[in-house]
Design a protein around this ligand. Structure first.
Ligand SMILES: [Zn+2]
Length: 85
């Protein structure tokens, strides 16, 4: 399976207490910004999954739905032992 949308993830400090943000560069290209400091590895995973879901369905999913789906996916990945090295 190949991704039809190109995603570049950039770690950079974000204003306003934000931990992540997604910008649409074009219909098939996105940039995800991840704040370098999270309170835990799981929090960082949460942010990456959250922003990835925004990319997967940009403007399609409500923020509430993204949060719901993120919690489910992160819980599954975390229970399976996925961690950042
Ligand atoms: Zn969001």
């Amino acid at each position: 399976m190949s991704l039809k949308k190109r995603v570049r993830i950039i770690e950079t400090p974000l204003d306003g207490g934000k931990l992540g943000d997604t910008k649409e560069v074009s219909e098939t290209s996105y940039v995800v910004y991840i704040h370098p400091e999270h309170c835990s590895p799981r929090s960082r995973m949460n942010t990456v999954v959250h922003e990835a879901l925004h990319v997967a369905d940009f403007d399609g999913l409500s923020e509430r739905k993204v949060r719901q789906l993120t919690a489910y996916v992160v819980e599954c990945l975390w229970r399976q032992g996925y961690r950042r090295k």
